[in-house]
Design a binder for this molecule. Sequence first.
Ligand SMILES: Nc1ncnc2c1ncn2[C@@H]1O[C@H](COP(=O)(O)OP(=O)(O)OP(=O)(O)O)[C@@H](O)[C@H]1O
Length: 289
Amino acid sequence: MSTAGSVMNETGPLLEADGLALQVGERWLCCAFSMSLKPGECLVLLGPNGAGKTTLLHTLAGLRVPSVGEVRIGGRPYAGWSATEAARFRGLLTQQQPDLFAASVLETVLIGRHPHLGRWGWETERDEAIARRALADVGLQGFENRDVLTLSGGERQRVAIAALLAQAPRLFLLDEPLNHLDLHHQIATLELFRRLVRGERGSPALEAPLSGAGAPGGRGGGRKSGAVLVLHDVNLAARYADHVILLDGRGGVIAGDRDSVMRAELLSQAFGHPLRRFESEGRIVFVPD
Ligand SMILES: Nc1ncnc2c1ncn2[C@@H]1O[C@H](COP(=O)(O)OP(=O)(O)OP(=O)(O)O)[C@@H](O)[C@H]1O
């Protein structure tokens, strides 16, 4: 079986939505819009509570069928991917991490390696090295043997991020990745994904020693990826987004590059609260009235 990495165009769009519209029950969350995300780019989904950000992210992740329109990853609709292939190409950080049973932190991060395991499903030393590296990348080295049930909210969130890093997808889909994180870890997390997306640092899977077997698609260092992030903080969105999709909670959607969408009047309308835009030392800041 060919891998996603071997068949897709390296510079082509990682994610495309064509005429996408979402309906839940009788309610339209967003009218039709189109977007495209290239390697090296970050897209942020913004909007008030209940606007449809998670529903949109899950649709982009292939977990929901669009009410109207089409989603493609790596140039192909989800129907053209096997589940394993898709799991190597795109990874989703969900909002909640359901921990039903005691498990070590290392075992939990190794779940991210499942799409890459051989036919017998055994984890190799390399998989373990990747998981350890991923934990180090989120500042949790030394936590390998801890029970996930004993972790703080922020530590558990970083374990979930480490599992996604170990999965090593080309396309990161992150639902409120900053949940539970303190200020330092919020910035560290966004910086980490920005550098991964831009190919300025390799993923743990690229940097762990290559053994051949189980290598995720034979990927080389410096390879760009893409990220879609649901964020609530408009200032962090302004700092890290290349593109923004703003849902207003009434079915309206504005999609475009950051500066065309992140305008005070558009954000104020969407969030139902007046915001002012300031520029300081090249950084854009929005302050609520
Ligand atoms: N299966 C469902 N049945 C009915 N309504 C649903 C269903 N799934 C989602 N919704 C509704 O769709 C809307 C969008 O939900 P979604 O979780 O996508 O919003 P969100 O923008 O991510 O919100 P938040 O910022 O609060 O996380 C909400 O009003 C939610 O109650």
